[in-house]
Design a protein around this ligand. Structure first.
Ligand code: FE2
Length: 427
């Protein structure tokens, strides 16, 4: 073996297993593995997980906070204004530099696959070229998948249709959209139809910002679902945000969910962004805006949590920590049932991996040896603590490591060290 991880806990609840790695793949998972390896990791009591995956991000805007100024109101509208002000001053070098810095943070957090939307409503397509270069540069340690995203509207922005096709010709792999931002509901519907046709003709996946509003009549998800079936794109289409579903009539949703299920629609909810941006026109009671995650999961839909933004014109916070994202989703969705909490962990690991179509993903024999060792005993403790990623392994090689987090107390008569992951065991 090249590497053996000893005595790890697994996400499905099994404890004390050894993971043997050979030639960048998981060769075996068993107890008391007799083989020897060039390198061994003692993971006693710690969780070994497949890496975190973020199926919804904007890498062209990340870490641009303060350029040209801070979002004083914290609203979506001021964010859009700011991005419009920044866009003419973007350079390929600046976008690349910010994106690479974000990828460094992601690796340190065990986040090894990201689907990023890239704004194509810029005649220079600078962000497309920059992120295609970043994709190549990081390929040996992070899977970056790009979505051609017409931020200013596929019809509303004059050259978006041509620019989107050009971006796809250059190697962007997923077709994006933003139907609720078109001028009329009818334009929105037609944009969904046109974009699904492009994806079907090119054999690509679809991922649209869809119904990101509090308007219960924003029903583009209905069209997206119908077009998915019409073009035989089942399982390859994702509805991102779907916040209007929070406000929709329950009877209508009871018709919609089975149709989405029939279309094998994937869903990405972005809880940090949805809880801060939606409901801004409400007084009290104030809507949460997050889509109906537990109900969708019960219907059998594949639902992931995405980060969406980190330190950009729309969101000043965030740190590439998918456990923070999942923890917010858990709280906003009131998903405190035991199985629901476990699903929240899967919503930032295996569910988004399925959305991205990642091959060889998982913690099973034969999968890629991409593994994160967390300073937590199980997925629920990981959600609670958002712990350090002790080891991040990509294709069998350690690419990041952190020391276990603990605090030293200076309290007479009390234990000297507090280690939050061992609190139940020791105290
Ligand atoms: Fe987004």
């Amino acid at each position: 073996m090249d590497l053996i991880i000893r005595n790890a806990n697994l996400p499905d609840g099994r404890k004390g297993f050894d993971i043997g790695i050979k030639d960048a793949k998981i060769a075996t998972i068993e107890t008391s593995l007799p083989s020897k390896a060039n390198e061994e990791i003692d993971a006693s009591g710690y969780l070994a997980s497949p890496p975190f995956v973020d199926a919804h991000f904007h890498m062209d805007a990340t870490l641009s906070i303060g350029q040209p100024r801070l979002n004083q109101s914290g609203t979506l509208l001021e964010g859009i204004e700011l991005w419009g002000e920044l866009k003419p001053h973007l350079t390929v070098e600046a976008i690349k530099e910010r994106a690479l810095r974000y990828c460094d943070m992601a690796v340190a957090r065990g986040l090894l696959a990201i689907r990023s939307h890239v704004d194509i409503c810029d005649p220079r397509l600078l962000a497309v070229d920059a992120l295609l270069e970043v994709k190549k540069e990081v390929a040996h340690y992070l899977d970056l998948q790009l979505v051609a995203f017409p931020q200013d509207g596929f019809f509303r922005s004059p050259d978006a249709a041509i620019l989107l096709e050009t971006a796809l010709d250059r190697g962007v792999e997923v077709v994006g959209g933003i139907p609720h931002f078109e001028r009329t509901m009818e334009d929105g519907k037609e944009s969904v139809e046109a974009l699904c046709r492009i994806a079907a003709e090119r054999g690509l996946r679809v991922d649209m910002h869809c119904d990101e509003s509090d308007d219960p009549n924003s029903r583009h998800i209905e069209t997206l679902t119908a077009e998915t079936v019409r073009h035989g794109l089942q399982g390859r289409v994702t509805g991102s945000h779907l916040t209007s579903m929070h406000s929709m009539d329950n009877y209508y949703v009871s018709k919609l969910l089975p149709l989405m299920s029939e279309a094998e629609m994937n869903v990405v909810s972005n809880p940090l962004i949805n809880i801060t941006i939606q409901g801004r026109h409400d007084t009290y009671p104030k809507r949460r805006g997050m889509t109906r995650v537990p109900e969708m999961m019960k219907t059998g839909l594949n639902v992931a949590f995405g980060h969406d933004c980190v330190m950009d014109p729309w969101y000043s916070l965030g740190s590439a920590d998918m456990l923070e994202v999942a923890s917010m989703g858990l709280h906003v969705g009131q998903m405190t049932g035991v199985e629901e909490m476990k699903s929240c962990f899967r919503a930032v690991t295996e569910f988004p991996a399925k959305i991205m179509g990642l091959e060889g993903y998982g913690l099973e024999k034969g999968c890629n040896a991409d593994i994160v060792i967390l300073q937590a005993a199980d997925p629920i403790e990981a959600l609670r603590l958002k712990p350090n990623r002790l080891f991040v392994i990509r294709r069998g090689k350690i690419i990041a490591r952190s020391q276990p987090l603990q605090s030293e107390l200076e309290l007479p008569g009390r234990p000297k060290l507090v280690n939050f992951s061992e609190i139940l065991k020791k105290y």
